[in-house]
Design a protein around this ligand. Structure first.
Ligand code: ZN
Ligand code: ZN
Length: 352
């Protein structure tokens, strides 16, 4: 089969790889019908994820059809359409029993990181009963595509933020995760969502789709000015909840600055560098920080919201490429060509 493999030093190639086989009774093999490229794939490609194993198939955000299920897989069988969780978890360890599946003692982020991922024709999914969410009739593969990763991250970030009806939520970053975060934050009934991003196109998109009420572009502004703009929109207090989904050089500092005293600050971004927590400057602000690493569980509920038309991620899709052309897809995604937000990878096409 064809698969996109990285070398850990910025190099990627579309190679022939053997089709995956079941290794454990709880495994299943999925024929990938739609996959996508995530910013985390770029982090891995650049060598910024120390755990990631080179010579591994990239990708962890996908949907497909169960091709083969191990003897220990109880809830799914061949032919089932499934959305697959980006996290692998056993469901039984100390952390899983508490819903902290990102820290599963037998899993975590494996697919496309330490084991072969989904940018291929087939993929082996461990702990298939936990990994899969059935796609109901009436929900298309593309409707469900982002469930297991960026939508799960948006859902989790919004939930951690403890958004109260009528409150103000600030979301830093209006990229794919920022937008799913705003979509999920909306469901909690805030009176306003403030979107912050240095990319004007992204801000316009967030406002245009009704996901943000106020947009702020911090480019060429210092953080004190950004803080003043947020205060101006919040009766001088600052945002009731802040979700940092950008992971930029100064977005961590922005996050705690624009939060009102006693706010919850959620850091769902993935940073490539250490961040400074300047405690003297924030003393008395009494913030609660919650740090990143999505616990992507309970996705049946989110799938229900998709089926009910309450979450629609279609606006994230910028372009489609068959697996044959995935290198072009990487280039367009990385360069944000024409405001490219998410690319969809469709199955390999036999060409004459
Ligand atoms: Zn991802
Ligand atoms: Zn576990």
């Amino acid at each position: 089969m064809k698969a996109l493999v990285h070398d850990g030093h910025g190099g990627i190639a579309l190679l022939d790889r053997p089709r995956p086989r079941l290794l454990e009774p709880t495994d299943a093999i999925v024929r990938v019908t739609r996959s996508t490229i995530c910013t985390s794939d770029l982090h891995i490609m650049r060598g910024a994820v120390p755990r990631a194993r080179p010579d591994t198939v990239l990708g962890h955000e996908f949907v497909g059809v169960v091709e083969e299920a191990g003897a220990g897989v109880r809830s799914f069988s061949p032919g089932d359409r499934v959305a697959v969780n980006c996290e692998t978890f056993c469901g039984e360890c100390f952390f899983c029993r508490r819903g902290w599946v990102n820290n599963c003692e037998h899993g975590g982020w494996l697919l496309g990181c330490t084991i072969d991922g989904c940018q291929a024709e087939y993929v082996r999914a461990p702990f298939a009963d936990n990994a899969f969410t059935r796609i109901p009739d009436g929900v298309s593969d593309e409707d469900a595509l982002f469930l297991g990763d960026i939508l799960a991250t948006g859902w989790w970030g919004a939930r951690l933020a403890q958004i109260e009806p009528g409150s103000t939520v600030a979301v830093i970053g209006a990229g794919p995760v920022g937008l799913t975060t705003m979509m999920c934050a909306r469901l909690a009934g805030p009176s306003q969502v403030i979107a912050l991003d240095v990319d004007e196109t992204r801000l316009r998109r967030a406002a245009g789709h009704g996901l943000a009420d106020v947009v702020i572009n911090p480019a060429e502004k210092n953080l004190e000015d950004v803080e003043s703009l947020v205060r101006a929109a919040t009766s001088g207090r600052g945002a009731d909840a802040v979700i940092e989904a950008a992971g930029g050089d100064d977005t961590f500092e922005m996050a705690w600055r624009i939060a009102r005293p006693n706010a919850v600050v959620v850091l769902s971004a993935m940073y490539e560098r250490d961040q400074v927590l300047p405690l003297p400057g924030m003393y008395g602000k009494n913030l609660t920080f919650k740090t990143g690493g999505v616990d992507a569980c309970g996705l049946g509920e989110v799938m229900g919201l998709i089926a009910a038309g309450k979450l629609d991620t279609g606006l994230l899709i910028s372009r489609r490429y068959p697996l044959n052309d995935i290198l072009d897809a990487y280039r367009a995604f990385e360069a944000r060509e024409d405001g490219c937000l998410k690319v969809v990878i469709t199955p390999w096409e036999r060409r004459a």
